[in-house]
Design a protein around this ligand. Structure first.
Ligand SMILES: O=C(CO)COP(=O)(O)O
Length: 139
């Protein structure tokens, strides 16, 4: 029988996508409550205030928040990224966005860029099970 393992989840959304991420977080609030949550500044404030969840907030994305979350990935301190980036509007810090997504591939980190994928990740029995071991490359 599998045991529960608490994970660290990063929540990030661009401005036009924040409403989607708040709705998604509300839909999965019982799961999210069981884990440690981190976020970029504005996203984190919105989720914490709207849903009364405890969220560690890094800097706002354009001010370095994406890179701070990237650093967590490189330090193997993050288990999952839910990143609703905006496919229809350019971001001034697009290189940071690309760098963050790149690190998810470098470190084989589960990353969801839309609600359907986020649903599947958070509801997977593997997500918080001690019987599933994500392969983490040993560079
Ligand atoms: O820009 C972001 C991600 O690239 C998100 O930053 P905020 O949560 O501060 O809006």
């Amino acid at each position: 029988m599998a045991n529960f393992v608490k994970k660290t989840i990063a929540l990030v959304a661009h401005d036009h996508m924040k409403k989607d991420l708040v709705e998604w977080s509300r839909d999965h609030i019982e799961q999210l409550k069981q884990h440690d949550l981190v976020a970029t500044g504005t996203t984190g404030a919105l989720i914490a205030d709207t849903l009364n969840l405890s969220v560690h907030r890094f800097k706002s994305g354009p001010l370095g928040g994406d890179q701070q979350i990237g650093a967590l990935i490189a330090e193997k301190k993050l288990d999952c990224l839910i990143f609703f980036w905006d496919p229809l509007n350019p971001a001034p810090h697009d290189p940071d966005v690309k760098a963050l997504l790149r690190l998810c591939s470098v470190w084989n980190l589960p990353v969801a860029c839309n609600r359907a994928t986020a649903d599947l990740i958070i509801t997977s029995p593997h997500f918080s099970s001690d019987e599933y071991h994500r392969f983490v490359p040993d560079y």
